[in-house]
Design a binder for this molecule. Structure first.
Ligand SMILES: C[S@@+](CC[C@H](N)C(=O)[O-])C[C@H]1O[C@@H](n2cnc3c(N)ncnc32)[C@H](O)[C@@H]1O
Length: 278
C-alpha cells in the first residue's frame, strides 16, 4: 500500500470513530429533526451566496453526518447527493435524513474518486468547514469539483483559513506560526483521542486516534480552481470560526467564535464562489 492510501485509510477509521463521538455530542441533530424549517448556521450564512436552489441538482462533498446536507435539501433542490469517506458517518447521515424527512442519496467515496462514484452532473457543488485539511492534493480535488459541475454550474466552499491552520496548538504564549502554510507532500500526523466538539461522558472511547492533515495556501486553492477551468465569482475572508480551538483566546458570538482581542489580526475562514463556464 502506498503512503497516501495508508493515510486516507487512517483518516477513514478516525472519522468513523469521530462520527460516534459527534452523535453523542448532539451535533444539532435533534433540533434539525424537530423543526422541518430549520437549517444549520453554516448553510444559513451562505443562503444568498447559494442563490435559488429550486429544482437544482446539488452535491455536498465531505458531508459527514449530513446536517448541512439536510439543510440544503430544505432549500428546494430536485436532487441532493452527499459524499463522504466514512461509512459510519454516512450510516448516521442516512438515519438523520430519514428522521428529518429528507430525500438524500449518500455515497461512500474518497472525494478524489467522487466523479467515478456518482452518476450525473450538478448545478451546485458545496463543501464546508474542516474539509480541505483532510485532502493531500488540492489540484486533484479541484479537478474533481469541476468534473461534477455541468456547464454554468456553481461551486461554493467555506473553510478554515490556511493562516488559522498554520497556528500551533499551544497558544499559551500567543498566536505563533508553527505549522506549514503551503501544501506539503508529507502530512502533519496527530494522535488525539478527541475531536473539535467537547467529548460528552456518553461518547465511546476513540480507538483510531491517528489522523493526517494537510494545509493548502490560498494561492494554491484559487490557482487549483482556475487551472480546473472554473471562473472565480467571489472570494471573502472572515475573522469568525465555526469552532473554538483556543478557548483562552476566543469568545462566542451567536453561532461563531472570534479572537477576544483584536480579532482583525487574522482571518479564520474564507468563502469562495466560482462557476463552470456555460
Ligand atoms: C470536519 S468534517 C466536515 C464537517 C461538516 N462541515 C459538518 O460539520 O457536518 C470532515 C469530513 O470529511 C470527511 N473526509 C475526510 N477525508 C475525506 C476524503 N478523502 N474523501 C471524502 N471525505 C473525507 C470525513 O469523513 C468527515 O466526515
Amino acid at each position: 500500500m502506498d503512503d497516501r492510501t495508508a493515510w486516507i485509510q487512517d483518516n477513514r477509521a478516525n472519522w468513523d470513530d469521530r462520527a460516534a463521538l459527534h452523535e453523542a455530542a448532539g451535533y444539532g441533530v435533534e433540533e434539525l429533526v424537530a423543526d422541518s424549517s430549520r437549517i444549520t448556521a453554516e448553510v444559513a450564512q451562505d443562503r444568498e451566496r447559494l442563490g435559488d436552489l429550486t429544482g437544482k441538482d446539488i452535491i455536498h462533498l465531505q458531508c459527514h453526518l449530513g446536517t448541512d446536507t439536510v439543510s440544503l435539501s430544505r432549500l428546494g433542490p430536485r436532487r441532493v447527493v452527499g459524499v463522504d469517506l466514512s461509512p459510519a458517518s454516512l450510516g448516521r447521515a442516512r438515519t438523520i435524513a430519514e428522521r428529518a424527512g429528507a430525500e438524500i442519496e449518500y455515497v461512500e467515496s474518497d472525494v478524489h474518486a467522487a466523479r467515478e462514484a456518482v452518476a450525473g452532473d450538478f448545478d451546485l457543488v458545496y463543501t464546508s468547514i474542516g474539509v480541505l485539511c483532510w485532502l493531500p492534493d488540492v489540484a486533484a480535488w479541484a479537478r474533481v469539483v469541476a468534473s461534477l459541475l455541468r456547464p454554468g454550474g456553481r461551486f461554493l466552499i467555506r473553510d478554515d483559513h490556511p493562516m488559522f491552520m498554520a497556528i500551533g496548538e499551544d497558544v499559551s504564549s500567543g498566536l505563533r506560526l508553527e505549522q506549514p502554510y503551503f501544501e506539503r507532500e508529507q502530512p502533519l500526523t496527530w494522535d488525539e483521542a478527541g475531536s473539535y466538539v467537547p467529548t460528552p461522558d456518553t461518547a465511546p472511547m476513540m480507538a483510531h486516534t491517528v489522523n493526517h492533515q494537510w494545509n493548502h495556501g490560498l494561492g494554491e486553492i484559487v490557482s487549483a480552481l482556475l487551472a480546473a477551468g472554473l471562473v472565480l465569482d467571489s472570494f471573502e475572508e472572515s475573522p469568525y470560526s465555526a469552532w473554538c480551538p483556543w478557548p483562552e483566546l476566543m469568545v462566542r458570538e451567536g453561532d461563531r467564535y472570534r479572537l477576544r482581542e483584536d480579532p482583525d489580526r487574522i482571518a479564520l475562514q474564507y468563502v469562495i464562489t466560482a462557476h463552470r463556464p456555460a
